[in-house]
Design a protein around this ligand. Sequence first.
Ligand SMILES: [Zn+2]
Length: 135
Amino acid sequence: MQVIRIARIVGATDERTRNLVVVDGGQKTHVHCGADVLLSGLYQDVSGTSICPVCGKETRMVIVAGRLASVDPQSALLHYVVEDQRRFSICCEATFVFDKEECLKTWLGSHDGASGKTSSLPEFMNEASARRGPR
Ligand SMILES: [Zn+2]
Protein backbone atom coordinates (compact mmCIF):
# COMPACT_ATOMS: atom_id res chain seq x y z
CA MET A 1 0.00 0.00 0.00
CA GLN A 2 1.25 3.40 -0.86
CA VAL A 3 1.38 5.95 1.90
CA ILE A 4 0.65 9.45 0.75
CA ARG A 5 2.21 12.10 2.91
CA ILE A 6 0.69 15.52 2.76
CA ALA A 7 3.19 18.33 3.06
CA ARG A 8 2.61 20.77 5.88
CA ILE A 9 3.83 24.11 4.63
CA VAL A 10 3.74 27.10 6.96
CA GLY A 11 2.53 30.33 5.36
CA ALA A 12 1.74 28.80 1.95
CA THR A 13 0.42 31.29 -0.60
CA ASP A 14 -0.49 31.47 -4.27
CA GLU A 15 1.36 34.77 -4.53
CA ARG A 16 4.80 34.82 -6.12
CA THR A 17 6.75 35.87 -3.05
CA ARG A 18 10.51 36.06 -2.49
CA ASN A 19 10.36 32.81 -0.54
CA LEU A 20 10.06 29.29 -1.88
CA VAL A 21 9.80 25.91 -0.15
CA VAL A 22 10.54 22.66 -1.98
CA VAL A 23 9.47 19.41 -0.33
CA ASP A 24 10.90 15.93 -0.95
CA GLY A 25 8.83 15.06 -3.99
CA GLY A 26 9.80 18.32 -5.69
CA GLN A 27 6.55 20.11 -4.93
CA LYS A 28 7.25 23.87 -4.86
CA THR A 29 5.25 26.29 -2.75
CA HIS A 30 5.69 30.00 -2.24
CA VAL A 31 5.43 31.12 1.39
CA HIS A 32 4.91 34.55 2.94
CA CYS A 33 8.32 35.02 4.56
CA GLY A 34 11.74 33.56 5.18
CA ALA A 35 10.73 32.30 8.61
CA ASP A 36 7.99 30.22 6.95
CA VAL A 37 10.65 28.36 4.96
CA LEU A 38 12.41 27.42 8.20
CA LEU A 39 9.20 26.64 10.12
CA SER A 40 8.03 24.33 7.32
CA GLY A 41 11.19 22.34 7.99
CA LEU A 42 9.85 21.46 11.43
CA TYR A 43 7.21 19.23 9.82
CA GLN A 44 9.14 17.56 6.97
CA ASP A 45 12.50 17.79 5.27
CA VAL A 46 12.56 20.74 2.92
CA SER A 47 14.89 22.88 0.93
CA GLY A 48 14.10 26.48 0.23
CA THR A 49 15.23 29.84 -0.95
CA SER A 50 14.65 33.36 0.24
CA ILE A 51 15.63 36.51 -1.62
CA CYS A 52 17.30 39.36 0.29
CA PRO A 53 15.00 42.43 0.22
CA VAL A 54 18.02 44.75 -0.01
CA CYS A 55 20.37 43.32 -2.66
CA GLY A 56 18.26 40.55 -4.22
CA LYS A 57 20.76 37.78 -3.46
CA GLU A 58 19.30 34.36 -2.78
CA THR A 59 19.92 32.43 0.44
CA ARG A 60 19.55 28.66 0.08
CA MET A 61 18.53 26.50 3.02
CA VAL A 62 18.29 22.74 3.50
CA ILE A 63 16.45 21.40 6.55
CA VAL A 64 16.72 17.76 7.54
CA ALA A 65 15.07 16.23 10.63
CA GLY A 66 14.13 19.67 11.94
CA ARG A 67 17.69 21.00 11.81
CA LEU A 68 19.35 23.32 9.36
CA ALA A 69 21.64 20.98 7.40
CA SER A 70 23.06 23.71 5.22
CA VAL A 71 22.75 27.40 4.56
CA ASP A 72 24.40 29.29 1.74
CA PRO A 73 25.74 31.92 2.23
CA GLN A 74 26.78 31.19 5.83
CA SER A 75 26.55 34.90 6.61
CA ALA A 76 22.73 34.85 6.25
CA LEU A 77 20.70 36.40 9.08
CA LEU A 78 17.03 36.40 9.93
CA HIS A 79 15.19 39.42 11.28
CA TYR A 80 11.86 38.32 12.67
CA VAL A 81 8.91 39.58 14.64
CA VAL A 82 6.93 37.22 16.83
CA GLU A 83 3.24 38.07 16.66
CA ASP A 84 1.97 35.59 19.19
CA GLN A 85 4.54 34.51 21.78
CA ARG A 86 2.41 31.61 22.97
CA ARG A 87 2.19 29.95 19.56
CA PHE A 88 5.47 31.40 18.29
CA SER A 89 3.68 32.69 15.22
CA ILE A 90 5.56 35.09 13.03
CA CYS A 91 4.51 38.47 11.70
CA CYS A 92 5.78 38.26 8.13
CA GLU A 93 5.65 41.98 7.37
CA ALA A 94 8.94 42.62 9.15
CA THR A 95 10.48 39.18 8.76
CA PHE A 96 13.21 38.68 6.17
CA VAL A 97 16.24 36.57 5.45
CA PHE A 98 19.24 38.76 4.62
CA ASP A 99 22.22 37.24 2.86
CA LYS A 100 24.65 39.29 4.97
CA GLU A 101 24.82 41.65 7.96
CA GLU A 102 25.44 44.71 5.79
CA CYS A 103 22.03 44.25 4.13
CA LEU A 104 20.34 43.82 7.52
CA LYS A 105 21.90 47.08 8.73
CA THR A 106 20.84 48.93 5.58
CA TRP A 107 17.30 47.63 5.97
CA LEU A 108 17.11 48.41 9.71
CA GLY A 109 18.23 51.97 8.91
CA SER A 110 15.18 52.58 6.73
CA HIS A 111 12.66 50.38 8.57
CA ASP A 112 10.30 52.04 11.00
CA GLY A 113 7.71 49.33 11.59
CA ALA A 114 7.74 46.68 14.29
CA SER A 115 11.23 45.80 15.37
CA GLY A 116 12.03 42.25 16.21
CA LYS A 117 14.93 39.96 16.85
CA THR A 118 17.90 39.11 14.72
CA SER A 119 19.45 35.68 14.77
CA SER A 120 21.39 33.30 12.61
CA LEU A 121 19.28 30.73 10.78
CA PRO A 122 20.47 27.73 12.89
CA GLU A 123 19.67 29.70 16.08
CA PHE A 124 16.17 30.43 14.83
CA MET A 125 15.62 26.75 13.97
CA ASN A 126 16.72 25.72 17.45
CA GLU A 127 14.40 28.22 19.09
CA ALA A 128 11.50 27.33 16.80
CA SER A 129 11.79 23.60 17.43
CA ALA A 130 12.03 24.16 21.18
CA ARG A 131 8.99 26.46 21.17
CA ARG A 132 6.81 24.56 18.74
CA GLY A 133 7.62 21.13 20.12
CA PRO A 134 8.44 17.90 18.28
CA ARG A 135 6.80 17.03 14.98
ZN1 LIG B 1 21.48 41.34 0.63
